[in-house]
Design a protein around this ligand. Sequence first.
Ligand SMILES: [Zn+2]
Length: 311
Amino acid sequence: MPIVYDAAYNMTAGGLERLHPFDGRKFGRIVDMLGIQDRVVKPMALPWAFLEATHSAAYLNSLHSSSSIARILELPLCCVPAWLLRRLVVEKMRLHYSGTVQAAWLAMEHGWAVNMGGGFHHASRDAGHGFCMFNDLSAATWSLLEGISVGGEGRRAADRVMIIDLDAHQGDGHEEDLKDEVEAGRVHIVDAYDPTIFPGRTDLRPWIGTPLRYSDSDDGRKFLRSLRRSLPHALDSFRPNIVLYNAGTDPLEGDPVSGLQQTADCILERDAFVWSECRARGIPICMTLSGGYQRHTADVVAASLRNILGL
Ligand SMILES: [Zn+2]
């Protein structure tokens, strides 16, 4: 089953979960709820040479400093030794990042794949912020377009990649990273976000081919209508070889980071619509989990995956 997951995805060590409004065990809890522990594909951590192809040397070097890591995580961790933070967080994020690249290649082969994590859409080639260290969506895009594969055999897999980013926040990292590809017609970005919250990068909006808006006065019905109006047209006119679907669940009502009010039913309907529109057109889809910061987020993601995968 092309679902990529490793128990090391879970971020629990060192009491980190008490410092951030984040369920660090959400990845494992979803896998447990679905009962697929024995059927997942384990990711292999991509070598630093691969990271160096997607992030600058200066940025990667900065990840040897506690204060740099603490700033990206937005946590007061400056006193924790860098070697410990690398073990507790950096290496885990590297594994999530690797999992998305691997899942993208699996989706090309099987028609679909899910990375049970990833979606670090605020990181870019030269910087990390917003709890995002390595941009797995940019990396998967480059990997498919340039033929930098997990095994390194150099086979180009796609001419056109679409990113559908429905996390509550703007995907500023891949928008910064993929400007040239957007201009060359090799990437099309569909991004739904609340423009009144982080990161507020108005300068990057020209690279969003299909912008959609989340609003805190909407229970999700209004958003679904705009998604139903826009997405089929975007898919039919761009004709991607693959869709990377960043299925953040932070638009869910009660989320302390986004402040949005969407119902769980609307999130399930949203995922099912994106999934079925891609599948009906024979377009491979690779899904990442991205944001979603409440204790019951895992239940909603598990219900959605059960729904779209027929588990
Ligand atoms: Zn988010």
